[in-house]
Ligand binder design. Structure first.
Ligand code: SOE
Length: 371
């Protein structure tokens, strides 16, 4: 695709649900041009294109991926289809943003990493919590040594939208969502953020998982509702990670706390304008203020202090970085297919550990492209 310099990138979207709506808004805000959309049926595609203000609908994912006039394809289809849809878009020459989990097996995620490299295209995964300015600020505090050596971490990602056995969604169907649900869907975000902010890889983990409701709306469910992990980071730090989609009152509560030899830091996704800085002699809340922030945090702090930024803004910042990479930029900390592969490997380690009664599993730290 020959893209005229400075023309808005033409974006296509596979999927018509909640995430496709988030992606189209972010694309528009990142100066993209939402050009085409395909969903699970031609009728759903027409309806979603109309309601999301996308220029045209394509009858199915394949015709969208091969349309030929799209610079970037955003894959927001059910997890099991990611590999097929992302591969088709890369083969047609498009850059790709593929929802997490990038693939439902590490082997498929490896194939996608390889396909993206061979195609020479930008290939990104929306680990968007990296794009909260205060998450970047926390990362800076660690890298700058202000925490000292990280000793322990305490992190959780809790939701309640599947609390009732009558609640269901394609994610609860392993044929569409994959063998892991809660961990692949939200635990993957948590691990990505913990590794990104701490600058450390999870080297070993021990996990227990639980499927509380074996049936939802009359259908058998095998993937997990909850997961609890012990982790050991590369520097020996120990941590706990709790993941649940059955935590009453918790809507999208991603939190992490890192404890260093000098200070602690805590971030809460639902209060993204703040960081708690803990100290033995006193603790404080640090409020977002681009004038006093680390450059990489200030870069995505697009509004003045007190003008709250949130989830959609983080998403927009992510898509802005991807579009900049498509146009030759090298944005700092942009999550790629290699990070999606990392999450797929951690997910397999969680399932393997849980299947062996919570035994410790080594989780190789490399995220480089597989050979
Ligand atoms: C549902 O659990 C969901 O929409 C996830 O799929 C997203 O990745 C997360 O950001 C919010 O919750």
């Amino acid at each position: 695709m020959n893209h005229p310099v400075n023309a808005p990138l033409r974006a296509g979207f596979i999927g018509g649900g909640f995430m496709a709506a988030v992606h189209t808004r972010a694309s528009r805000a990142a100066r993209g041009r939402p050009t085409a959309l395909a969903s699970s049926t031609p009728e759903r595609g027409e309806e979603a294109a109309r309601s999301l203000g996308v220029e045209r609908a394509e009858p199915d994912a394949h015709s969208l991926a091969t349309a030929g006039d799209l610079d970037v394809v955003h894959v927001c289809s059910p997890n099991r289809l990611h590999t097929e849809h992302a591969s088709a878009a890369l083969a047609a020459g498009a850059h790709v943003i593929c929802e997490k989990p990038l693939a439902t097996t590490a082997a498929d995620a490896e194939r996608l990493v390889r396909a993206a490299r061979e195609a020479g295209r930008v290939a990104a995964v929306p680990f968007v919590y990296r794009y909260h300015p205060m998450a970047r600020q926390a990362r800076f505090l660690v890298a700058d040594g202000q925490l000292g050596t990280v000793l322990t971490l305490d992190a959780a990602y809790l939701q309640d939208w599947l609390l009732d056995p009558g609640d269901t969604n394609w994610r609860a169907d392993p044929a569409a969502g994959g063998a892991s649900r809660a961990f692949a869907d939200i635990g993957s975000h948590l691990c990505d953020l913990v590794e990104f902010v701490s600058g450390q890889r999870i080297h070993r983990l021990a996990a227990r998982t639980r499927t509380v409701f074996g049936r939802r709306a009359g259908t058998e469910v095998t993937n997990e509702d909850t997961a609890a992990l012990l982790v050991e980071l590369g520097n020996g730090a120990l941590g706990t990670l709790l993941v649940s989609q059955l935590a009453p009152g918790r809507k999208n509560s991603l939190t992490f706390e890192l404890h260093g030899t000098r200070q602690s830091v805590r971030f809460e996704q639902e209060r993204p304008e703040e960081l708690w800085i803990g100290g033995r002699e006193g603790s404080r809340l640090l409020l977002r203020d681009p004038t006093a922030a680390a450059p990489d945090s200030a870069r995505m702090s697009v509004l003045p202090p007190g003008h709250a930024l949130g989830y959609q803004d983080a998403f927009t910042a992510f898509v802005t970085d991807v579009y900049s990479a498509v146009q030759g930029g090298h944005p700092e900390g942009m999550p790629t297919f290699a990070d999606g592969l990392r999450a797929a490997r951690l997910t397999e380690a969680v399932l393997a550990s849980a299947a062996q009664d919570g035994t410790w599993i080594e989780t190789p730290p490399e995220t480089e492209d597989p050979a």
